[in-house]
Design a protein around this ligand. Structure first.
Ligand code: NAD
Length: 260
């Protein structure tokens, strides 16, 4: 990644998936800029960025399009161009990440969609303008987009739309040499992950039933992100790449458990 510059959006702390990705990229020589949501998180993100040799840390709340524009303008001013962008942003009211999906409110449906799905499109459109030599964009999704998962509810619907956006954006920007992909990560204990009711039970279910018999780590996701953001994946776009210890290929609980 020597000589490549990228924007990392979505570090909240050192448990964040975006942090696992940033560490791998910096370890391979990439130069990184970071965004943070609000001053409280800024205080956490700045020292983390410094650990990776970056003092390019800018505020960005994706609910406010002026804030997105300002962040992209800051990148343009300082670097002029961009090689990659990581969108690891998601939000929904935790009171609706339990119980029935059917009880989702109109207000939270819209807010979840804007923050967790449409923000990727808005960022991609702006970042593409800085990728005159081509580039790579990556977002994070979850298997609750394809199959129902208890309590994931409206986030699953937003992730399904996010995955469709990945394919449409890959179609839009492919002719310009810009690749757009997503990683569908298995459950990981993070701030956002903790907002989903019974997250602990989901982690334990995954550990017992995924082919690799474990949950995944932010390092696992970072490894695959490095591939998708580097030239190693030069022929790959529009892909939803599972980093879930194989959980998505399973249907029934493991045979050992059934035999008992
Ligand atoms: P996290 O809490 O560490 O990161 C979520 C980030 O979203 C935070 O940095 C937060 O500041 C940011 N964010 C929320 N609303 C925002 C807004 N309005 N403007 C700007 N930023 C905003 O949790 P994480 O698990 O690392 O989440 C990163 C991504 O990975 C999310 O899209 C999440 O849905 C996805 N994901 C998580 C898991 C998991 O189990 N943790 C699994 C699959 C996918």
């Amino acid at each position: 990644m020597n000589g490549k510059r990228g924007l990392i959006m979505g570090v909240a702390n050192n448990h964040s998936i975006a942090w696992g990705i940033a560490q791998k990229l910096a370890g391979q020589g990439a130069e990184l800029a970071f965004t943070y949501q609000g001053e409280a998180l800024g205080k956490r993100v700045k020292p983390l960025a410094a650990e990776l040799g970056s003092d390019f840390v800018i505020p960005c709340d994706v609910e406010d399009i002026a804030s997105v524009d300002a962040a992209i303008a800051a990148i343009k001013d300082k670097w002029g161009t961009l090689d990659f962008v990581v969108h690891a942003i998601g939000f929904s009211d935790k009171n609706e990440l339990k119980g029935l999906y059917a009880d989702t409110s109109r207000e939270n449906f819209s807010r979840t969609m804007v923050i967790s799905c449409f923000s990727f499109t808005e960022i991609a459109k702006r970042a593409a303008e800085l990728m005159s030599e081509g580039g790579s964009m990556l977002t994070l999704t979850y298997g609750g987009s394809m199959r129902i998962m208890p309590n994931y509810n409206v986030m699953g619907v937003a992730k399904a739309a996010l995955e469709a956006s990945v394919r449409y954006l890959a179609g839009d920007y492919g002719p310009r040499g810009i690749r757009v992909n997503a990683i569908s990560a298995g459950p990981i204990r993070t701030l956002a992950g903790a907002g989903i009711s019974d997250a602990r039970a989901m982690l334990s279910w995954q550990q017992k039933n995924a082919p690799l018999r474990r949950t995944v780590t932010i390092e696992d996701v970072g490894n695959s992100a490095l591939y998708l953001l580097s030239d190693l994946s030069s022929g790959v776009t529009g892909e939803i790449h599972y980093v879930d210890a194989g959980y998505n290929i399973t249907s029934m609980p493991t045979l050992e458990r059934l035999a008992k």
